[in-house]
Design a protein around this ligand. Structure first.
Ligand SMILES: [Zn+2]
Length: 616
């Protein structure tokens, strides 16, 4: 089923939303304007609950009774107390006055006020027109569409009514061009198309009927509403996947919250990126000379599988062959932060959250990078984030708080490491102590640049490139920074003729998780996975290199609630804006990889690496 549902999601965003509708009725993806407050007068606070959520549609049923227009659901419930004026016209007038001619403070948002005539049009509509004419704010409002539904006059009679009156369209009617201009939406009864109640899956044939209707309505460039559609979160998602423009609901506030998140919960990658097929020609029991440690910050299995799904069912990490699980808790927390998480990987010790390269009482711990440097290794540290941030810092710095970025940058000066690439320039050159660390590094023999574009020109085995553009989102133009940096750093490692250790961080999967943004994190993860492919390819060519891929923790409590590797569409759901305790996968490839199977504490990754290359 999902095969074409998700496929049409793409069609919808390109074909339909690209069209321009009437200027006062823009259709721009899903948001609060997609929500229709059905039978709004039954809400605990009519009008205002929908209005404060900025729904695009509010509906009231009206009866003409003894010359008065009254809001009610059935004739039996009609009460003289529920006048249309009191419940809707005066509140609307007040809002439009307040916003100087617009319904909402956000003047780009429109409100379609749907008035469903329950008594016959011939008498009710003229009475309504006469009444509304008393509210000049409503008849002249630039963002209000007063729209008649229910007992409507036939389209050939519409021209008899003033232009501020619009009409609820129906499918299958050949409206004239003039008539169509007075139709802000087209509605129909859901039960004519489907009896799906919102549980399990809609049948293919019913979905096809709805899609045919949607296409007919969209061909007229109008949004589609289905009244009587199932009204719960799982069905809202299904209707959005089917490209139904308007969510008809009795829960306007919940629906606005849900629909507004839609763009952040859904991702689709149109064309997949290629993956590298490893040759696996190494001896698993051999001892590696070099280690490449790749850390995707905030990446659990759901993040990885979102990338797999979006990338049409292929990932470099899934080709690595060996997998384990790392338990990430810190010394003082069930849930770790990146500082304690990375310090566990770099030193083999659990420490407190926020601590960088020190134990839980603040004692400096040697990091694996420092220990290998002492053994004559070539050391590279890189990140597509601030290089003084917790993860990279935990490999070269020793500070009691991750936020101490200037002391962290200064710590790098005494490491004698060979390569440093990332963002965070100010901690090196705009320091409180007035030291210019770029100048000092240059005097120590490093090639130093604040331009990523300098990377290809570098031929020095010792170099530092710190450019804040490294911290751009992939989608904002970071380019192939991670793989380009990897190629240069690995080439210089080889050129040094020393064994080498590299730590590269994909920093922003974590940021996408913190902002509960699936497109962001999946895009960042796939960029990281391209780096994994480069590293594995390098390991195949080199033959003596172990590649380890893991994370410091999971971020966002992501679960995947829908998707299709066939189309590259995936739907996520987040449970937190922070980190979670769930263990993270460890993938390994190359000589020594077998040590990384099993379930273990994150600190064991340090000991496994040391066992292989540290002579311990
Ligand atoms: Zn984080």
């Amino acid at each position: 089923m999902y095969r074409y549902i998700t496929g049409f999601l793409f069609l919808l965003s390109t074909a339909v939303f690209a069209q321009t509708s009437q200027p006062d009725q823009p259709i721009r993806g899903y948001g609060s304007s997609s929500v229709f407050s059905h039978n709004d007068y039954l809400q605990p606070v009519p009008f205002y609950m929908a209005y404060l959520s900025e729904t695009g549609y509010v509906e009231a049923d009206i009866f003409l009774e003894k010359g008065k227009l009254l809001v009610a659901h059935t004739k039996e419930e009609v009460s003289m107390l529920n006048s249309l004026e009191d419940m809707y016209l005066r509140p609307l007038q007040a809002c439009i006055r307040k916003n100087r001619g617009y319904v909402f403070a956000d003047t780009s948002k429109t409100l379609t006020f749907m008035i469903d005539l329950k008594t016959e049009a011939q008498t009710t509509l003229p009475a309504l027109v006469t009444l509304i004419k008393n509210y000049k704010e409503l008849t002249t409002c630039k963002s209000l569409l007063i729209t008649i539904s229910g007992n409507m006059p036939s389209p050939d009679k519409w021209s008899q009514y003033p232009s501020f009156i619009n009409f609820d369209g129906r499918p299958g009617i050949a409206y004239t061009k003039e008539q169509l201009q007075r139709v802000p939406l087209i509605s129909d009864n859901y039960v004519k198309y489907s009896d799906w109640k919102g549980t399990t899956n809609i049948t293919d044939s019913q979905a096809e009927k709805i899609i045919a209707l949607r296409d007919e309505v969209h061909a007229k460039n109008k949004p589609l509403r289905l009244w009587g559609m199932p009204d719960r979160a799982s069905s809202w998602a299904m209707f959005m996947n089917l490209g139904i423009d308007i969510i008809n609901t009795d829960h306007p506030q919940d629906a606005v919250k849900y629909v507004s998140r839609y763009g952040k919960d859904n991702f689709r990658l149109a064309t997949s990126q290629t993956t590298y097929q490893p040759t696996k020609k190494f001896s698993a029991t051999a001892v590696p000379k070099n280690i490449i440690l790749l850390i995707a910050d905030g990446t659990g299995l759901a993040q990885i599988y979102s990338g797999y799904t979006a990338n049409h069912g292929a990932l470099n990490v899934f080709n690595m062959g060996t997998v384990g699980l790392s338990i990430t808790r810190s010394a003082n927390g069930y849930i770790t932060d990146s500082a304690a998480g990375a310090t566990a990987l770099s030193t083999g010790r659990k420490t407190n959250n926020r601590y960088i390269g020190v134990d839980s009482v603040g004692t400096r711990l040697p990091t694996i990078a420092e220990q290998l440097k002492q053994k004559g290794y070539h050391i590279s540290i890189a990140s597509c984030g601030d290089i003084t941030d917790a993860t990279p810092a935990s490999f070269y710095a020793h500070q009691p708080d991750r936020k101490m970025s200037e002391p962290i940058a200064l710590d790098f000066m005494s490491t004698n490491f060979d390569v440093l690439i990332g963002g965070g320039k100010n901690s090196f050159v705009a320091r409180g102590d007035k030291r210019n660390l770029f100048d000092e590094l240059q005097r120590k023999g490093y090639t130093v640049s604040d331009q990523l574009s300098a990377l290809p020109t570098i031929d020095n085995t010792r170099f530092v490139v710190i450019d804040d553009d490294a911290e751009l989102r992939k989608s904002d133009g970071r380019g192939n920074f991670l793989t380009d940096s990897f190629r240069k750093a690995s080439a210089m490692s080889v050129k040094s003729k020393q064994p080498f250790f590299m730590m590269f961080e994909g920093a922003q999967v974590d940021w996408g998780g913190h902002s509960n943004n699936l497109p962001y994190l999946a895009t960042e993860f796939l960029d990281f996975d391209a780096l994994v492919g480069e590293a594995v390819k390098f390991a195949d060519q080199n033959g003596e290199t172990l590649v380890i891929v893991t994370a410091d923790h999971e971020t966002g409590g992501l679960s995947l609630v829908g998707g299709d590797p066939g189309t590259g569409a995936v739907t996520g759901s987040f449970s937190t804006g922070g980190h979670t305790a769930i263990p993270v996968p460890v993938f390994a490839y190359g000589p020594g990889a077998h040590l990384f199977t099993g379930v273990y504490q994150n600190t064991q990754i340090y000991y496994k690496m040391l066992q292989l290359v540290g002579g311990k």
